[in-house]
Design a protein around this ligand. Structure first.
Ligand code: PEP
Ligand code: CO
Length: 449
């Protein structure tokens, strides 16, 4: 028998990767404040996402989920948010044109602040301090004060998430996302490169279609889909005291939602049967992502699916597989067959980032673009041969011209990694690499029909 769920029942389970706050009174004071703050997202929005995801689970849609590995207080500014949003929209257009399915757009944005780390501590010049765990927990600077977990950081993360959402909402339906601007969206960065040309051709085609529709009386004034987009937010539901404080009963339905983001996911390191993170996620109506890496125990995964989604609701669960290009060919068929044998209505999404991280000779963590692409390709081919729908892509990316992943037409090399390496955690695709990847994914999906 499954025990009664409460927003705080996760406390009775094993909770890995949570910080130890030394001042419990301060922690309580912060979470009590958060409990009284307005929700960041609304139950009705989550329900609309649930409906879209149900379609994806049926094979009638595709998820594009992307954003920073870790949002930071330092990189918080309007241009960063606008540029990432813009690249996601551009990628969505490219993907739609290639695969003819609605693209569900979900940012790793407005709340992606907490990171699980492989090592508890970090050593620099013989000094050992707690690892950086994301700006909502501690600071990246390597000194004792910054690295101590500070509950007050949750208030700042809440406020940054609220401002980010405010801007995203304005961009999504205040004119910025109007399809007639697809041409101008590219001005900033695709310039004369090969994918810039492909993007411009696509934009011209869209313009021709818009002109044709205009002649029929269909335009942005008469048809809101041409002027607005639905954009959702997501993050790893890692920092449970914060997530619990943001969890509310929806007054219209009596159901419980985590109002810190529309979509929450459980990371590869906190996905196990007795996990507090699994316990927390089983009680909320939000759609749940589950990261699946090579260390997964498939019997355990099935039990977790029973716990989180006992009614097997289509689209409730997205399995985000992240095996790396070497292992995907072996592990992906196994997990698909196992999950399929139970008749589970999951969405399959591909995270080609986390299994493809390497350390460059210069010491930077990086990801070769071609390895990312190869995992995506193999992923799509395996789904084709298993008869399942490759239902989405999960990326660490930014709209900025950073140099964090090597390769691609933008030709970031080992040597240039240091030029603009800004990430607070894992290396992200830059704007050009993201656009290029979207075209390549569209091509591979088209080829696999
Ligand atoms: C992440 O998505 O940033 C992450 C930590 O992934 P995973 O849990 O798959 O390692
Ligand atoms: Co990451």
């Amino acid at each position: 028998m499954t025990k009664l769920w409460k927003p705080n029942s996760w406390k009775n389970f094993e909770t890995n990767h949570l910080p130890e706050y030394s001042n419990k009174l301060e922690l309580d004071s912060v979470t009590n404040q958060l409990r009284n703050f307005p929700p960041l997202v609304f139950a009705g929005e989550v329900r609309s996402l649930n409906k879209k995801l149900a379609k994806v689970a049926e094979g009638k849609g595709y998820i594009l989920q992307g954003g920073d590995c870790a949002e930071s207080f330092a990189e918080f500014n309007t241009n960063n948010i606008r540029d990432t949003f813009r690249v996601i929209l551009q990628m969505a257009i490219i993907l739609t044109s290639g695969i003819n399915l609605p693209i569900v757009k979900i940012g790793r944005m407005a709340g992606q602040f907490a990171k699980p780390r492989s090592r508890l501590n970090e050593v620099q010049s013989g000094i050992e301090l707690p690892s950086y765990k994301g700006d909502i927990i501690n600071g990246i600077k390597f000194d004792e004060k910054s690295r101590a977990p500070d509950p007050e950081r949750m208030l700042k993360a809440y406020s940054q998430s609220a401002s980010t959402l405010n801007l995203l909402r304005a961009f999504a339906d205040g004119g910025f996302a109007d399809l007639k601007y697809v041409q101008s969206w590219n001005m900033g960065f695709v310039k004369s490169e090969l994918q810039g040309e492909r993007y411009r051709d696509l934009a011209n085609q869209i313009q021709a279609n818009l002109d044709f529709m205009e002649a029929l009386g269909i335009n942005a004034e008469t048809t809101s889909q041409l002027r607005k987009v639905d954009f959702y937010t997501s993050h790893e539901a890692l920092l449970l005291p914060y997530e619990e404080a943001m969890t509310r009963v929806d007054s219209t339905t009596g159901d419980i939602y985590n109002t810190s983001s529309h979509f929450a996911w459980i990371g590869d390191r906190t996905r196990f049967i007795n996990s507090g993170h699994v316990e927390f996620c089983r009680g909320i109506k939000n759609p749940i992502g589950i990261k699946c890496g090579p260390g997964i125990n498939l019997d355990e995964l099935l039990k977790i699916l029973d716990l989180i989604d006992p009614k097997n609701i289509p689209g409730k669960i997205t399995l985000i597989t992240r095996y790396g290009k070497e292992k995907v060919g072996k592990y992906l068929p196994e997990i698909i067959q196992k999950v399929k044998s139970e008749g589970r209505n999951v969405i399959w999404s591909c995270d080609p980032m986390h299994g493809n991280t390497i350390k460059s000779n210069s010491g930077y963590k990086t990801r070769p673009f071609e390895n990312i692409l190869e995992e995506v390709k193999t992923n799509i081919e395996v789904h084709k041969s298993e008869g399942t729908h490759a239902g989405g892509i999960h990326l660490e990316m930014t709209g900025q011209n950073v140099t964090e992943c090597i390769g691609g037409l933008a030709e970031v090399t080992e040597k240039t990694l240091g030029d603009r390496y800004h990430t607070h955690c894992d290396p992200r695709l830059n704007a050009n690499q993201s656009i290029e990847l979207a075209f390549l994914i569209a091509d591979v999906i088209k080829k696999n029909g």
